[in-house]
Design a binder for this molecule. Structure first.
Ligand SMILES: *[C@@H]1O[C@H](CO)[C@@H](O)[C@H](O)[C@H]1NC(C)=O
Ligand SMILES: *[C@@H]1O[C@H](CO)[C@@H](O)[C@H](O)[C@H]1NC(C)=O
Ligand SMILES: *[C@@H]1O[C@H](CO)[C@@H](O)[C@H](O)[C@H]1NC(C)=O
Ligand SMILES: *[C@@H]1O[C@H](CO)[C@@H](O)[C@H](O)[C@H]1NC(C)=O
Ligand SMILES: *[C@@H]1O[C@H](CO)[C@@H](O)[C@H](O)[C@H]1NC(C)=O
Ligand SMILES: *[C@@H]1O[C@H](CO)[C@@H](O)[C@H](O)[C@H]1NC(C)=O
Ligand SMILES: *[C@@H]1O[C@H](CO)[C@@H](O)[C@H](O)[C@H]1NC(C)=O
Ligand SMILES: *[C@@H]1O[C@H](CO)[C@@H](O)[C@H](O)[C@H]1NC(C)=O
Ligand SMILES: *[C@@H]1O[C@H](CO)[C@@H](O)[C@H](O)[C@H]1NC(C)=O
Ligand SMILES: *[C@@H]1O[C@H](CO)[C@@H](O)[C@H](O)[C@H]1NC(C)=O
Ligand SMILES: *[C@@H]1O[C@H](CO)[C@@H](O)[C@H](O)[C@H]1NC(C)=O
Length: 867
């Protein structure tokens, strides 16, 4: 009984089991033939994890609801699989997508797929096949010919190699073919000429070679875009002459030759013929033919051998945005652009096109320009004002351009990324550029210093308390000045004119009472200036002030001895007030006559642009007869030499070596800013003078390319301005005198001249080192007492201090006047900097930039900060 029951249960349960098993098998068998199965199988085999990529496929929902799958209306068959960028890896397995009989659109781009399955070629419904950017490294099977309905084929960015199968013959529906960036290395098969529906062909960046197949030019009546760039295809311009619907033609980097003439046909918008062997006379390109040049947006003929002149007809290309004619064999032509017709240009490259003359002014009207390359031509003259704000890339290298690079050029261009002014005669000076920029973008500039002011340098820190007062005083002064100028404008002019009239009758008298009773024999030079009121004085900052030489005469009472400040090495210096109360020092450069007027003016203009808070600014100049007259801001507080050695006011330095400098005789009232003598006996103030002077030299050396070498760095060249800021003077004058002055002038003063003879920035470093030693020791470079323990009298300051520093006894050299006013350790460090600067070997001396850094390290705290 019990057994029977057990037996029944067993039978029943086994029956049940059988039936469920059967159901499962049936289910699997039915699924095995559905698109659903092929698709999920595909994802599974291609390494997609269903739980981590549930957004791609979710096994618990129907395949047709998956993101990448598109089914037909009945939700039975998959017609589209759009699965780019999913990390699909390896060969496509059999029994997956090859079985999707109704598949029309397949996009597996940007994956890691390496091969086709054998059943792939039965996808006879396929219209779009995108396998771009995968890892196919095989020959393209000729089975591709099975896809008779294929409209778009994209195999770009793979590694397909070998020949392109001739079975393309069967692809009668093909509209787009893109094989860009593969390794095909055959001729282009004749079969492709059967693809009459083609609209776009891109075979670029392969190794196709040979000529285009016969009939290629007439095979594609709908062709709009053809890119054969970057192959080795041979041919001629006429190969494209029958492509009447084409708008994009790119055959760059091939072996096409012959005349470019026939190419320009139909509605072409983009033409890239660069890097071929096209030749012939460009003017034979029939700009007045039926070809409508106004369609053209992009024209690149660069790197060919085209000759002739190209400018005459370019004016018809109204819509051109990109024009590159670089590196051809054009004949010499002036740069005339009918620019107003080309106002849409964004890219203009005329590098190496044999341009002569000036840069067309019209260029300033190209307000959309982003790239301008005029390098490697023979362009001369000055730069036009390139004020287009869009400019990003400017290359003017290897020309013959002259003059200054207007700072505004670079400042007003917010997008500028790259510029190159190398190998011109251009000048610029701006410490805002990194050294690297100066080195790479201003290679081979002329030896005249590139100069321009860097406005950021003028934003100097105002002194806490004094600053405010000064600012106020300055503002009031400025307002007064302005009012005075306005009031004066008429009055002064009238006066001047009256004076002119008088002057003519007094010429003789002037000559007699001339200023040059001393060594120069220029007594007649004032008389040589025929009509003083017609000789202009150039005042850089105030071009509207119409000063003339006669104003200088009246300012100095005809260069009267009473206004003589000094007899400098370069000539006498006078003091005067110009109309409006502008206090100036007027330097008559007696040796200046070796330069032509033009050269002198150019040089003085350059000097006028050098602006730095620690340089004495050149305000203007005047070329009067043989004389070059430089006009400087008057420095109220005298020079360091006089201040340091407590010279009685109004007395000239008498040492032999310094008589040939223009010592500024302190005016009647002596030092105007009472207190500079007092200040000068503090370490803090002396350090300030050292740092300011170092900054000035660092600017001349490192802010300019090529550097300006001062050549005459000495204590009497360092002045104190109204605000007691140190200012270096006389920079650049050595150059104006050039070789005409005897060596002594150019070599510098005894005590300041380095032992080596060659003039480099490092000679200035030496001179600066001497000043630094003077500031700390209070002793003159030569001819002073240099107490020494060893009784071996040191001949000069440098050898004395160097000896002490070497023996670690630097502190003995410190000026007793300042010893207690600050940290003695800093002063000793200062002597060590001076030691470095005065090294015998120029290479061992630090650069001025380094000196500035070293001096900043030993900067004493301000009195207010010490509290
Ligand atoms: C699938 O992804 C999940 C979650 O990222 C992970 O835990 C699982 O191991 C993965 N399975 C396979 C077969 O990679
Ligand atoms: C998968 O689909 C089922 C049914 O549509 C749904 O309930 C589930 O949340 C889905 N899973 C994920 C991870 O999306
Ligand atoms: C193929 O896919 C790539 C990347 O997704 C896309 O950029 C390209 O336009 C597609 N090609 C065609 C012919 O649609
Ligand atoms: C491309 O194919 C060539 C052979 O046709 C092979 O030498 C090369 O390594 C392949 N490059 C890549 C990136 O697969
Ligand atoms: C021509 O094709 C090359 C290679 O694909 C490409 O680098 C270049 O930008 C194309 N020129 C134009 C004008 O599209
Ligand atoms: C240039 O075009 C004009 C106008 O279509 C035509 O008369 C002339 O013959 C053409 N010249 C050449 C050299 O093709
Ligand atoms: C283009 O310039 C030439 C002279 O160089 C002139 O004859 C022609 O009329 C100009 N064409 C247009 C459209 O401005
Ligand atoms: C101008 O064209 C030449 C020759 O094709 C090229 O070498 C140079 O890089 C181009 N300049 C710019 C700024 O694109
Ligand atoms: C540059 O200009 C000078 C002076 O005008 C001239 O002598 C020289 O030949 C020019 N150099 C070049 C490369 O055009
Ligand atoms: C710079 O100008 C000088 C003189 O004017 C000239 O000899 C020289 O060739 C010019 N430099 C360049 C690079 O054209
Ligand atoms: C500027 O042009 C010169 C000469 O062609 C070249 O040596 C230098 O590398 C270029 N500099 C930059 C920044 O492009």
């Amino acid at each position: 009984m019990g057994f029977a029951l057990f037996g029944t249960i067993f039978i029943l349960s086994s029956l049940f089991l059988k039936s469920t098993l059967g159901q499962q098998q049936e289910q699997q068998q039915s699924m095995a033939n559905t698109d659903e199965f092929f698709i999920s199988h595909f994802f599974e085999k291609m390494g997609i994890n269903s739980s981590s990529s549930s957004h791609v496929y979710n096994l618990s929902s129907s395949v047709c609801s998956w993101e990448s799958v598109f089914c037909d209306a009945k939700q039975e068959n998959v017609i589209g699989l759009i699965a780019p960028n999913l990390g699909l890896t390896g060969p496509i397995p059999d029994n997956t997508i090859g079985k999707l009989k109704k598949l029309q659109h397949l996009d597996l781009s940007t994956n890691q797929i390496t091969d086709f399955p054998s059943d792939f070629w039965s996808l006879v419904s396929i219209k779009t096949l995108n396998l771009s950017n995968n890892k196919f490294s095989i020959n393209l099977p000729s089975n591709i010919g099975n896809f008779g309905l294929l409209e778009r084929l994209d195999l770009s960015f793979n590694n397909f190699s070998g020949s392109l199968p001739d079975s393309f013959t069967s692809l009668a529906s093909l509209q787009v073919v893109n094989l860009n960036r593969n390794q095909f290395d055959s001729i282009i098969p004749l079969g492709i000429t059967s693809c009459h529906s083609l609209i776009s062909i891109d075979l670029s960046c392969n190794s196709f070679h040979g000529s285009l197949p016969h009939g290629f030019d007439t095979a594609f009546p709908k062709l709009k875009s053809l890119n054969l760039a970057g192959n080795g295809i041979k041919g001629r311009g006429s190969d494209f002459s029958k492509m009447v619907s084409i708008t994009y033609l790119n055959i760059s980097n091939n072996l096409f030759k012959g005349s470019v003439v026939e190419i320009f046909q139909g509605p072409l918008e983009v033409v890239d013929l660069s890097s071929n062997q096209f030749e012939g006379h460009i003017s034979k390109v029939n700009f007045s033919s039926t070809f409508d040049w106004s369609h053209l947006v992009h024209l690149d003929l660069s790197d060919n051998q085209i000759s002739g002149q190209f400018f005459s007809d370019l004016n018809q290309t109204h819509n051109l945005k990109h024009l590159n004619l670089a590196n051809n064999r054009f004949s010499k032509q002036t740069f005339i652009l009918h620019i107003h017709e080309l106002h849409g240009l964004e890219y203009l490259n005329l590098s190496k096109t044999n341009l002569i003359g000036r840069i067309a002014d019209g260029i300033t009207m190209l307000t959309r320009l982003k790239t301008l390359d005029l390098s490697n031509n023979h362009l001369a003259g000055k730069l036009p004002v390139l004020s287009f704000k869009t400019l990003q890339n400017l290359d003017l290298s290897n020309n013959n351009l002259t003059g200054d690079i207007p700072m505004s050029l670079l400042q007003k261009l917010p997008w500028m990324e790259r510029f190159n002014f190398s190998y011109n005669n251009l000048t610029l000076c701006d410490s805002e550029f990194s050294l690297e920029t100066l080195r790479s973008a201003f290679i081979g500039c002329s030896n005249s210093c590139p100069i321009a002011a860097n406005p950021t340098l003028f934003k100097r820190k105002t002194h806490r308390h004094r600053g405010l007062e000064l600012a106020l005083a300055l503002a009031i002064t400025l307002v007064c000045l302005l009012v005075a100028l306005l009031l004066c404008a008429f009055g002064c002019r009238r006066k001047t004119r009256m004076w002119d009239v008088k002057q003519e009758s007094c010429n003789e008298e002037h000559t007699i009472s001339g200023p040059f009773s001393f060594k120069t024999d220029s007594t007649t030079w004032v008389a040589d200036v025929k009509v003083a009121s017609l000789v202009p004085v150039v005042i850089f900052e105030k071009p509207l002030l119409n000063f003339t030489f006669s104003d200088l005469l009246s300012a100095t009472s005809n260069f009267d001895r009473d206004t003589l400040l000094a007899e400098g090495r370069f000539g006498p210096v006078y003091r005067g007030f110009l109309a409006g109360g502008v206090h100036v020092a007027i330097k008559v450069l007696v040796h200046g006559s070796t330069m032509t007027d033009h050269e002198a003016a150019t040089e003085l203009e350059h000097l006028g642009r050098i602006k730095h808070p620690n340089l004495v600014p050149l305000m203007g100049y005047c070329l009067a007869g043989e004389q070059r007259i430089a006009i400087y801001d008057y420095m109220e507080n005298g020079n360091l030499h006089n201040l340091l050695y407590d010279l009685p006011l109004g007395v000239q330095v008498t040492e032999d070596w310094s008589t040939d400098t223009w010592e500024e005789e302190a005016n009647e009232n002596g030092i105007q800013n009472v207190g500079s003598e007092v200040l000068l006996i503090t370490w803090q103030f002396r350090h300030k003078i050292a740092l300011g002077t170092a900054r000035a030299l660092a600017f001349l050396h490192h802010g300019c390319s090529p550097p300006i070498i001062h050549r005459d760095v000495k204590a009497s060249s360092v002045y104190l301005d109204y605000n007691l800021e140190p200012r270096l003077s006389d920079f650049g004058l050595a150059k104006i005198f050039g070789n005409s002055v005897d060596d002594e002038t150019t070599r510098g003063c005894p005590g300041y001249a380095p032992p080596d003879d060659t003039i480099t920035p490092k000679s200035d470093v030496y001179g600066f080192g001497v000043i630094l030693l003077e500031l700390i020791t209070g002793k003159k470079p030569v001819g002073d007492e240099y107490p020494d323990d060893d009784n071996s009298k040191a001949p000069n300051l440098v050898s004395w201090v160097r000896g002490l520093v070497r023996m670690n006894r630097g502190s003995r050299a410190i000026d007793p006047k300042i010893r207690t006013t600050g940290d003695e350790g800093q002063m000793v460090e200062g002597l060590k900097i001076g030691y470095l600067c005065t090294a015998d070997l120029p290479a061992k001396r630090p650069s001025m930039q380094q000196v500035v850094g070293l001096l900043k390290d030993i900067e004493p705290l301000r009195a207010s900060e010490e509290i």
